[in-house]
Design a protein around this ligand. Structure first.
Ligand code: HEM
Ligand SMILES: *[C@@H]1O[C@H](CO)[C@@H](O)[C@H](O)[C@H]1NC(C)=O
Ligand SMILES: *[C@@H]1O[C@H](CO)[C@@H](O)[C@H](O)[C@H]1NC(C)=O
Length: 320
């Protein structure tokens, strides 16, 4: 009896260790022996891309989010469509919207030159996202590494998992909760909308029909976003009207003054359970920075492929 329960305990311990191991294997020094120049290979490419176009930092940060929310941070978003599967680039949240793949290709080329066949595209995204935030004035953090690349992608999971801009607060909470991220972590991660741009089609209903919006701000945005769908759909507006190329806490100040661009943004400050955290971040930039860092590290831990799972892609757009 005693040995039987000991066996059960040992087995259970191994099962728990095994289940916990996928994210436990990521580490900040993963490539310290195999690719010591990884960071110095990535950084100049990102710097040059952002100096040509500041928005690119935002676009790259968003790629990391859209990769991680679809079967984990596994580079699946980067795969082009093939005859055997449809990739994620045409998912609702991505079609005519995600950008920066050419920059990821350039980084991959530089990294392959430094250390051929060693660094995954999934890890390149994680490093490029961090570098983008830092270059635009945001916080720094040590990136956990050791992810491997998926050999497939999922259009249906992309459509299901990435929340649309029409989302209610409860929908946002449940989409993040499905990825193991708390409501507070969701509020911190949404602060990424302190940089970058959105298309008229993403905010049209909010600026014409919602009531939780400052009316003079709505008028300003209506000037370049016609009310009828099909007109000016791709016209851009900054997600943070004050400093769209600086990673700061202005996003939360905008929400407090009802100047969120997306319906989903303003949902975080619309007399709901997240109002108080938004208000805290609007006046406490260092708390926002440290919470954002903790949350994006946790986002980067979502279901990585490790060990012998997946592969190290040679070209981020296709499986080997
Ligand atoms: C909370 C749920 C979220 C929703 C509903 C959402 C939705 C959107 C939408 C609709 C756009 C504009 C796309 C377009 O019009 O083409 C956008 C842009 C962006 N999103 Fe989010 N997002 C969310 C969370 C996040 C997170 C967690 C991050 C990163 C950590 C992020 C980073 C960005 C960035 C940086 C842009 C600007 C991209 C550019 O200028 O190219 N978003 N998001
Ligand atoms: C605003 O709401 C009305 C009534 O539901 C709808 O017909 C119209 O298309 C909406 N306009 C926008 C820009 O979403
Ligand atoms: C809307 O914003 C403008 C400009 O920031 C401000 O002067 C005005 O008081 C705001 N209106 C409302 C109704 O909050």
């Amino acid at each position: 009896m005693a040995s039987c329960s000991t066996m059960a305990f040992v087995t259970l311990t191994f099962v728990l260790l095994f289940l916990g191991s996928s994210s436990a294997q990521l580490s900040t020094n993963y490539y310290s022996k195999t690719c010591p120049n990884l960071f110095s290979a990535v950084k100049p490419v990102i710097e040059s891309a952002i100096s040509s176009e500041k928005r690119m930092g935002a676009s790259i940060l968003r790629l990391f989010f859209h990769d991680c929310f679809v079967n984990g941070c596994d580079g699946s978003l980067l795969l082009d469509d093939t005859s055997s599967f449809t990739g994620e680039k045409t998912a609702n949240a991505n079609r005519n919207s995600v950008r920066g793949f050419d920059v990821i290709d350039k980084i991959k080329t530089a990294v392959e030159e430094a250390c051929p066949g060693v660094v995954s595209c999934a890890d390149i995204l994680a490093v490029a996202a961090r570098d983008s935030v830092v270059i635009l004035g945001g916080p720094n953090w040590d990136v956990k590494l050791g992810r491997r690349d998926a050999r497939t992608a999922s259009l249906s999971a992309a459509n299901n998992n990435i929340p649309p801009p029409t989302s209610s607060l409860s929908n946002l909470i449940s989409k993040f909760s499905a990825q193991g991220l708390s409501t507070d972590e969701m509020v911190a991660l949404a602060g990424a909308h302190t940089i970058g741009q959105a298309r008229c089609t993403s905010f049209r209903a909010h600026i014409y029909n919602d009531t939780d919006i400052n009316s003079s701000f709505a008028k300003t945005r209506q000037a370049n976003c016609p009310s009828t769908s099909g007109n000016g759909d791709n016209n851009l507006a900054p997600l943070d009207l004050q400093t769209p190329t600086v990673f700061d806490n202005n996003y939360y100040k905008n929400l407090v003054s009802q100047e969120g661009l997306l319906h989903s943004d303003q949902e975080l400050y619309n007399k709901g359970s997240t109002d108080s955290l938004v208000s805290t971040y609007s006046t406490n930039p260092s708390k926002f920075s440290s919470d954002f860092v903790a949350a994006i590290i946790k986002m980067g831990d979502i279901s990585p492929l490790t060990g012998s799972q997946g592969e190290i892609r040679k070209n981020c757009r296709k499986i080997n």
